[in-house]
Design a protein around this ligand. Structure first.
Ligand SMILES: Cc1cc2nc3c(=O)[nH]c(=O)nc-3n(C[C@H](O)[C@H](O)[C@H](O)COP(=O)(O)OP(=O)(O)OC[C@H]3O[C@@H](n4cnc5c(N)ncnc54)[C@H](O)[C@@H]3O)c2cc1C
Length: 400
């Protein structure tokens, strides 16, 4: 039920800059709390790159809460577990049970989803929600916080709202408006991505797991998406001298083959079935945690305030959690500025922990020699603990 008091308080809409996973999920969470929301997306249509995404129980709590369980189940693959394997021998170093075990333990499953399918589910739900207005080809160009309202200039015209939420990614214009320019830094890692149709692969080559192969200076992740019809591959390699941050930058199969020469033959077979036309690479950038995310009527969420390396598969999960907590803060705290301060204070430690953890994993995944052997001995217990803390978080009650 929409909160009538909240509607009265926010008689002009809340403005969301950016219609990626974070912005759209936040719009749905805000609408559920009784707010009118306008989303402004720079691109000509809502879309995502051809790649997969892992959605863990902590963020599925927020997505199911806005009614997305059924449409997500229709496009998801549910992995039986997560496992880390040795790059050369294939030995399983760490295994975590997912499947029904996670549902019993946390009340929610683990999904592997094609990003385009996730965006379609979010956009369909937003279109069906009378409180949400979607604008495409509407890059936000300027922000003017006038104290009792916020005005934005976009490629689709000028708009006024009760507040502005910058969900506009790592190069956020809203972040720059709040805190000035600061370039993200290259992490020394380049990610390859590719989708391989299962019909091209030998039966049982890929287990029904979220699998990460750990090796010296690099790692290789694969998992099924789209009900098991495609295998998503993400391969991260330490590389200097190539710093293009764009998912549409084509990669060469010969270079990927060279990167993983000498690795387990199963990976060689997988790479052999990658169509070069579907192979892309992306330099990984990040920023350290920020000391503040908000000022007056403007705040940030997702990669705009805590870009997160993919080594815990939690960047989008953090953006989705942000939206659920932010919506509850706005619903329970009358004053926008105070609500944003409360939101920040509830979210900063968790997202900074995941940013640091992801950076740490970058070093751990890529260890060499004796360090790698010691890591393998210690990894089982540490991994179980960190997943428990991650998955147990409840964005629906964090603001209670
Ligand atoms: C290789 C890799 C694998 C990953 N795997 C996972 C995973 O398995 N699980 C997970 O949870 N996370 C994962 N992540 C992280 C995840 O992709 C990001 O954290 C997530 O997409 C951030 O969402 P966002 O909405 O905050 O930002 P973005 O996805 O960057 O969306 C920002 C949106 O804002 C728009 N925009 C930008 N500027 C403007 C403007 N001025 N005006 C209007 N619109 C604008 C953009 O067009 C875009 O649509 C991975 C990341 C990488 C690199």
């Amino acid at each position: 039920m929409p909160d009538r008091k909240l509607q009265e308080r926010h008689s002009t809409p809340l403005l969301v800059a950016g219609g990626g996973i974070g912005g759209l999920a936040a719009a749905l969470a805000l609408a559920k709390q009784g707010c009118d929301v306008s989303v402004f997306e720079r691109a000509g249509e809502f879309s995502e790159i051809g790649a997969g995404i892992q959605l863990s129980p902590n963020c599925l709590k927020a997505l199911f809460d806005v009614g997305l369980e059924e449409p997500l189940r229709e496009v998801a693959f549910v992995p039986a577990g997560g496992e880390m394997r040795d790059w050369k021998s294939g030995r399983v170093i760490v295994a975590n049970e997912f499947g029904d075990y996670l549902v019993e333990r946390y009340g929610y499953p683990y999904f592997h989803v094609h990003r385009a399918d996730l965006i379609n589910v979010l956009v369909d739900a937003a279109k069906a929600d009378g409180r949400i207005e979607l604008h495409v080809a509407a890059a936000v160009r300027a922000v003017d916080d006038r104290g009792d309202s916020v005005h934005i200039d976009t490629d689709a015209g000028s708009f006024e709202g009760a507040a502005l939420i910058g969900a506009d990614g790592i190069q956020s214009l809203v972040r720059e408006h709040l805190f000035g320019p600061a370039d993200p830094s290259f992490t020394g890692n380049v990610a390859w991505r590719a989708l391989v149709p299962v019909s091209k692969l030998p039966t049982d080559l890929i287990r029904p797991m979220a699998t990460a192969w750990w090796g010296p200076g690099k790692h290789f992740v694969h998992y099924y998406v789209r009900r098991g019809e495609l295998v998503n591959c993400v391969c991260v390699v330490e590389k200097d001298g190539w710093e293009v941050e764009s998912w549409t930058e084509r990669g060469e199969l010969a270079e990927l083959r060279r990167d993983f020469a000498g690795w387990h033959p199963d990976l060689g077979q997988l790479i052999d079935n990658i169509d070069e036309g579907s192979l892309f690479k992306w330099a990984l950038f990040d920023r350290p945690p920020m000391p503040a995310w908000s000022r007056n009527r403007v705040t940030l969420l997702g990669d705009a305030c805590h870009p997160t390396l993919p080594f815990m598969a939690q960047g989008a999960a953090m953006a989705i959690e942000d939206g659920a907590v932010l919506a509850r803060c706005l619903a329970s705290v009358g004053d926008v500025d105070a609500a944003f301060k409360r939101y920040e204070s509830l979210r900063m430690a968790r997202t900074a922990g995941v940013q640091h953890g992801s950076r740490r994993n970058a070093r751990v995944f890529h260890m060499r020699g004796i360090n790698a052997r010691l890591r393998n001995l210690a990894a089982g217990r540490a991994s179980g603990n960190s997943l428990d803390k991650l998955f147990r978080y409840d964005p629906l009650s964090a603001a209670d």
